[in-house]
Design a protein around this ligand. Structure first.
Ligand SMILES: [Ca+2]
Ligand SMILES: [Ca+2]
Length: 319
């Protein structure tokens, strides 16, 4: 236990004893085991700052408690821990308790038995995050209430409910024909790959796509064979967006443009031919890659079949 934690622990013990002295009037109300809950987040965007409330149910009846919340430090940055309306008079919070834990403790001389927020944890979603769905793990350390017989303190049982934190990146790009019209494209996981799937009507120039990433994040744009693309170019099916943080490659996103299966930025008979091979099973989605397979699914029903082939063939004839 760190020195800080020891100090907090001593304060909690002392206050817990005071709690027993001062709160006999609340004895009859100290009934239920308190339930502490980490509230789930909606999908936050990378770069966003998000508040997560730790709440307690009503009629809980506790005087003091210490809490740690463990998070994925590759995804979240700690910002702050703040006291909530259902915390006791005394509150300490440490947003950087360890590399992946926030800590807070609250103490009072009276029973805390109102429902509400004990603490609000604020995180920032790191810039390189593409898709994330993970747990915020709540552990309750020492928790005390007032002693049933009168003075002193006792450990009380409680329930700790973990929360889910979700984060997802989307990419905003303008339409080719109407640059005022901005479309938001989700990044979707397909097998082990993250794929940005776009209709051919969007402007996927690197200049436009790059606007979606913060300046602190190093992005590289590669063509389908792995050569870095200059900023003047546009992304086609098979192009890759690499996201680096501190010189480490953190994530890659592969681009899919509906209808351009081979990634040559034209929509012609060869794309139809590849869709035909996929339809007949001569070529598999694994062999052609998730992004090209997605590009061949032009009617967006999740499978590449004859309908896609026919639509692509008529596109090819119309070029
Ligand atoms: Ca093509
Ligand atoms: Ca289809």
């Amino acid at each position: 236990m760190s020195l800080t934690a020891k100090k907090i622990y001593s304060v909690i013990l002392l206050t817990a004893m005071l709690c027993g002295l001062f709160s006999t009037v609340f004895l009859a109300q100290a009934a239920q085991a308190p339930t502490f809950t980490v509230n789930n987040t909606m999908a936050a965007a990378p770069g966003e700052t998000v508040d997560v409330a730790i709440t307690v149910n009503s009629s809980a009846g506790f005087c003091a408690g210490e809490f740690t919340v463990t998070y994925d430090k590759d995804v979240l940055e700690p910002v702050s821990v703040t006291k909530g309306s259902a915390a006791g008079t005394y509150f300490v919070g440490n947003a950087t308790y360890t590399a992946n834990k926030m800590f807070f403790a609250t103490i009072d001389t009276d029973l805390i038995n109102a429902a509400g927020t004990v603490a609000t944890l604020t995180f920032r979603v790191k810039d390189h995050v593409v898709l994330y769905n993970g747990t915020l793990d709540l552990e309750v350390g020492t928790i005390v209430g007032n002693e049933a017989e009168g003075y002193g303190y006792k450990d009380v049982s409680c329930v700790a409910q973990d929360g889910i934190f979700s984060a997802a990146r989307s990419i905003d790009v303008p339409e080719l024909d109407d640059p005022e019209q901005i479309n938001t494209l989700p990044v979707v996981q397909m097998g082990s790959e993250f794929v940005l799937s776009s209709p051919r009507t969007n402007d996927l120039s690197i200049t436009e796509v790059a606007k979606n990433f913060s300046e602190s994040l190093v992005t590289k744009f590669l063509d389908p064979v792995g050569n870095e693309l200059p900023a003047a170019k546009k992304l086609t099916t098979g192009s890759v967006i690499e996201l680096y943080s501190n010189d480490t490659l953190k994530n890659t996103i592969t681009v899919s443009v509906k209808g351009d299966v081979n990634g040559d930025d034209t929509f012609d008979g060869f794309d139809a031919y590849l869709a035909g091979l996929l339809d007949k099973g001569v070529l598999t989605a694994y062999e052609i890659g998730a992004a090209a397979n997605d590009a061949a699914d032009v009617n967006e029903d999740g499978a590449v079949d004859e309908a896609d082939f026919e639509q692509l063939e008529s596109n090819g004839l119309n070029q």
